[in-house]
Design a protein around this ligand. Structure first.
Ligand code: SF4
Ligand code: FE
Length: 479
């Protein structure tokens, strides 16, 4: 297993092309816009060396015959999927943000299940090939970005009917020793600080979209890959060099997403895990979706623990913590958060065994978790805004607070309860601003798929016919 420092060094050593604000970044571990995300991902390495977290963060791999960081481990029981949620909550609590390693972990898990099922159907040998890759990932404790979401162009058209055929990632040629792919993957969480990208189809496919049915893995420094790092609310503050205006200076806001472009990238056959089996793409999406959606009742719950704590503090700093309506709102926040956690745990306990032997989170419950996240996180944030007050939107900058002339005036007029230094108040307000910022909320809404995608799966899994039968029986009607 890699230590946090070894992770950092290994990422710095990988030369990749990353663009941000019209320039290239040479070292993502040191550049102000990307460094906080590296710090957050590094926590997913550090935790595996802490004795009190061994049970959650380390698992024994049969594949390499040694303990591995759980972020590379394949879930082999419902208990593993419960541990995953508890691990994610714990990391959400210490980073207050997305620590990025789980998306790739879920992709690793999905391809384990999918390659096994493709082989069973088509007599191919992808699973064996995939196990060699997985073992390499486990032995080197690599961080993998999940190349899941294609740009998708005109949403009303399938891949092959797009005005530009590259709007979904596709195979442009097949050679005896490998394939050449072109396209892009969007919203790539942890993309700029991962070691590998594991690409999967983003949607169910038909015969005419066969060229889009492709799964493979490439190292991030592969020729032809370009990363374009996304902007976030207030990201200019990272470049100002202050201590607290970004809110979560050490770990940043959400995952640091990137657009990854694949410009005629060669992939050796050894790294190809699906090639043309279009009818299996939908299964891959379903497994990935359930696996990833369960997570949100872990990581987001941990981040909301930080928000609830910050909100409770600000109520105290403002002298309103004993007001009954404040206590009621805090209780509401806790209730919403624990509801998310409870459902994610249940999705693990009710996990389903797949033919490969790996377990996947219960699809109905996992999608319920994620749909609740799209609502409850907004509601928790609304209550935090309510309690914090308008200062959340009008607080002067750290530079003014530190200015020799105006700083003392800012401190004098923005002081609150005796004994609370104004700077403490400012820091907590900035943290609340960060934890409830646009990117954080949009991540809760659209990360792991938009709400409508969850509703489609909910109805597919709900077995309405059975529910109708129950109702008919009670009414004394024949089925
Ligand atoms: Fe992991 Fe949560 Fe970030 Fe997804 S949003 S990568 S589950 S921390
Ligand atoms: Fe996410």
């Amino acid at each position: 297993m890699k230590r946090a420092e070894e992770y950092r060094e290994s990422v710095a050593a990988l030369q990749r092309t990353v663009y941000y604000l019209g320039q290239t970044i040479s070292d993502v571990t040191a550049f102000p816009a990307t460094a906080p995300h590296v710090n957050a991902a590094a926590e997913a390495y550090a935790i595996a060396f802490e004795p009190e977290h061994q049970d959650l963060a380390v698992a024994y791999s049969d594949l390499c015959g040694s303990p591995v960081n759980r972020f590379t481990y394949i879930h082999k029981s419902p208990e593993d999927l419960v541990k995953k949620v508890r691990l994610l909550r714990s990391l959400g609590q210490r980073t207050g943000t997305c620590f990025q390693r789980c998306a790739g972990w879920d992709a690793l898990h999905t391809m384990y299940i999918l390659t096994y099922e493709i082989d069973r159907k088509y007599g191919t040998t992808y699973h064996e090939r995939y196990l060699r890759f997985l073992r390499y990932v486990q032995e080197n404790d690599l961080m993998v970005a999940a190349g899941m979401t294609d740009p998708k162009g005109d949403r009303s058209r399938p891949p092959c009917q797009q005005i530009d055929p590259d709007l979904y990632l596709r195979v442009v040629s097949v050679r005896h020793d490998g394939i050449v792919v072109r396209g892009a993957k969007a919203h790539q969480t942890g993309g700029v600080n991962a070691h590998e990208v594991l690409v999967l189809p983003t949607t169910a496919l038909r015969q005419e979209d066969r060229d889009y049915a492709v799964a493979f893995a490439v190292p991030v420094d592969t020729k032809g890959l370009t990363f374009v790092f996304g902007r976030q609310t207030n990201d200019g503050r990272k470049l100002e060099g202050g201590e607290f205006d970004t809110g979560n200076p050490r770990f940043g806001m959400v995952g640091g997403e990137a657009l990854i472009v694949f410009d005629d990238v060669f992939v050796p056959m050894e790294r190809v895990f699906m090639l043309g089996e279009f009818d299996m793409a939908g299964r891959g999406v379903e497994v990935f979706a359930s696996t990833h959606r369960q997570n949100y009742g872990g990581c987001k719950v941990g981040v909301m623990d930080c928000l609830i704590g910050a909100t409770s503090l600000i109520a105290r700093y403002h002298g309103v913590d004993r007001a009954s309506h404040i206590r009621d709102k805090l209780a509401e926040m806790v209730h919403l958060n624990e509801t998310l956690f409870g459902c994610a745990l249940a999705a693990g306990l009710q996990a389903v065994k797949t033919p490969s032997g790996a377990y996947m989170a219960h699809p109905l419950l996992a999608n319920t978790v994620k749909l609740n996240v799209t609502r409850y996180i907004y509601e928790i944030a609304r209550l935090a805004h309510d309690i914090t007050g308008g200062i959340l939107a009008t607080l002067p900058s750290e530079a003014d607070f530190r200015h020799p002339a105006v700083g003392p005036l800012v401190a004098k007029y923005l002081q609150t309860v005796p004994g609370v230094p104004p700077e403490n108040r400012f820091r907590v307000i900035r943290l609340i601003e960060c934890l409830t910022g646009t990117a954080a909320l949009v991540e809760a809404m659209h990360g792991a798929g938009s709400p409508q995608a969850q509703k489609v799966l909910l109805l597919r899994q709900a077995n309405l016919a059975h529910k109708e039968e129950l109702a008919l029986k009670l009414c004394g009607l024949a089925p």
